[in-house]
Design a protein around this ligand. Structure first.
Ligand code: NAI
Ligand code: MG
Length: 494
């Protein structure tokens, strides 16, 4: 077995001392265009300024394709196309008909699921087992779910009629490109809106493949328009006067900028921002299950999850045994080629994200917190990789306990009473999610009632269902996506 570099302590048991044969997923079914255009008014068009930017494979640093950088004129073309469709064909068709398009999109997603999963892993760096078993099934599930609502909108509010808002500008991040696209597109379309979608600049390829699927579904021209570009393109969409609603997922910093720039306009705004979510593990918890979920909640997805369980609060009486078991489990984690089916932790999405994580880790190590890092494999020489790690016995005031790292980095603290656990869990600027671990139902309910977080899992973590609303308190955002709540922010109630 390859030796782990920089391991603070070796806990590798004999159990892990064997090698896996490489099991890479084939990539030949994925056709990547060298140059990619914008999708406006049902057609693939060039950008007005003819500027391009690159998207790379973070697992090896190699260029995958060039994408068009949409400028303000392109944004304007896209918004005009959406308005024309909204006032025209799209407004005339029934909810049932809208549902049919969504069902059709969901079915084509299923047919092309392998292509979507492989392309996502190549462009994002996440392990194939995550894109294949989570991202793509969730994408399809959300289209199926909202398809079912399209002809039942009058049941959202008893006896009230609901109307679409108009044009939704939707800006999504790079961590779950397909799921974020689904959370935004599916409810907007089910409710009868038209959309201009801007994927993240480092992960636009699957959004463009999803656009091909939408095209294949026969959706009328202009109902969905997709423009690529970075922050400048996003800002042009946010500031366009004819957009009725902005839905944004990304950093708290950009979320605040968007809130400031839309406050004086008619625009309705929903924001899905960062998190510093905590697991609370009581001494009566099923420890092995909790260890597995803690590992899954922060390491399996490189920590690239807004609701990552990036803080662990463990009852003092079981802390040593819990931490020991955690180290043991971490020693079996495989960091490496995201296309390999055995990989647990893939590549960090970009050089800048990797640098940010490393900087935060180095600062916390300088502050002297107990540090542990290990994995079953050596880090690949090329690409953007980092070993899973944790800091133990961290002070609540420490940066590593307060800032969103967005990497496979866990901060561990202990507590003695439920009240202390709740207080520590709530001691954050965020409030997206939490996990409670106990065999006692009453303890779970009491703890959940005290937590200020939008999503609370009990004896599980990171489980998603299209029918469940998702969103946060405080700096984690405004509004909810998913479920009935996800539709409410795309309608006007009469
Ligand atoms: P970001 O917030 O800059 O990017 C998210 C999306 O917003 C992208 O599509 C981007 O092009 C767009 N955008 C950027 N500036 C904009 C502006 N002024 N107006 C409109 N749209 C704009 O996030 P970034 O730089 O990719 O990541 C930075 C940090 O943000 C991460 O390290 C992480 O901590 C956090 N983050 C949190 C996410 C979450 O799901 N909560 C997702 C992505 C990042
Ligand atoms: Mg940015």
């Amino acid at each position: 077995m390859a030796k782990v570099k920089n391991s603070a302590e070796s806990v590798n048991g004999d159990r892990f001392k064997f090698e896996y044969a490489p099991a890479p997923e084939a990539i030949d079914m994925v056709k990547i265009k060298k140059e990619n255009k914008l999708f406006i008014n049902g057609k693939w068009v060039s950008g007005k300024s003819e500027k391009f930017f690159e998207t790379i494979n973070p697992a090896n640093g190699e260029k995958l394709a060039e994408l068009t950088e949409a400028d303000a004129q392109d944004v304007d073309r896209a918004v005009k196309a959406a308005r024309k469709a909204f006032n025209g064909e799209w407004s005339k068709i029934s909810g049932k008909e809208r549902g049919r398009y969504l069902f059709r999109i969901a079915r084509i997603i299923q047919e092309r699921s392998r292509e979507l999963a492989v392309l996502e892993t190549m462009d994002n760096g996440k392990p194939i087992k995550e894109s294949r078993d989570f991202d793509v099934p969730q994408l399809a599930a959300n289209f199926f779910y909202f398809a079912g609502w399209a002809d039942k909108l009058e049941y959202l509010f008893n006896g009230k009629s609901v109307q679409p808002l108009g044009i939704a500008g939707q800006i999504i991040p790079w961590n779950f490109p397909l799921l974020m696209a689904a959370w935004k597109l599916a409810p907007a379309l089910a409710a009868g809106n038209c959309v201009v979608l801007k994927p993240a600049e480092t992960t636009s390829l699957t959004a463009l493949l999803l656009t091909e699927i939408i095209e294949e579904s026969g959706l009328p021209a202009g109902v969905v328009n997709v423009i690529t570009g970075a922050g400048k393109t996003g800002a042009a969409l946010v500031n366009h006067p004819d957009v009725d609603k902005i839905a944004f997922t990304g950093s708290t910093e950009v979320g605040k900028t968007i809130a400031r720039s839309t406050v004086k306009s008619k625009k309705i705004l929903t924001l899905e921002l960062g998190g510093k979510s905590a697991h609370i593990v009581y001494e009566d918890a099923a420890i092995e299950q909790a260890v597995e979920a803690v590992v899954g909640g922060i390491y399996f997805n490189q920590g690239h999850v807004c609701c990552a369980g990036s803080r662990l609060l463990v009852e003092e009486s079981i802390a040593p045994v819990f931490v020991h078991k955690l180290k043991h489990r971490m020693a079996s984690l495989r960091v490496g080629d995201p296309l390999d089916k055995n990989t647990d932790i893939g590549a960090i999405n970009s050089r800048s994200e990797l640098d940010k994580i490393k900087k935060l880790v180095a600062a916390a190590r300088n502050e002297g917190y107990e540090y542990f890092e290990t994995a079953a494999t050596a880090l690949p020489e090329k690409g953007y990789f980092i070993n899973p790690c944790f800091f133990n016995n961290v002070a609540s005031s420490a940066n590593i306990c307060r800032r969103e790292v967005f990497g496979p980095v866990l901060a561990i603290q202990t507590f003695r009473t439920p009240a202390e656990a709740i207080k520590k869990a709530n001691d954050t600027a965020y409030g997206l999610a939490a996990g409670i671990w106990s065999e006692k139902g009453s303890k779970i309910h009491k703890t959940a009632a005290g937590l200020k977080a939008g999503v609370i899992w009990a004896n599980t973590y990171n489980k998603f269902d299209p029918a469940s609303p998702f969103g946060g308190y405080n700096e984690s955002g405004w509004g909810r996506e998913g479920g009935r709540h996800g539709l409410l922010s795309y309608v006007e109630v009469k």
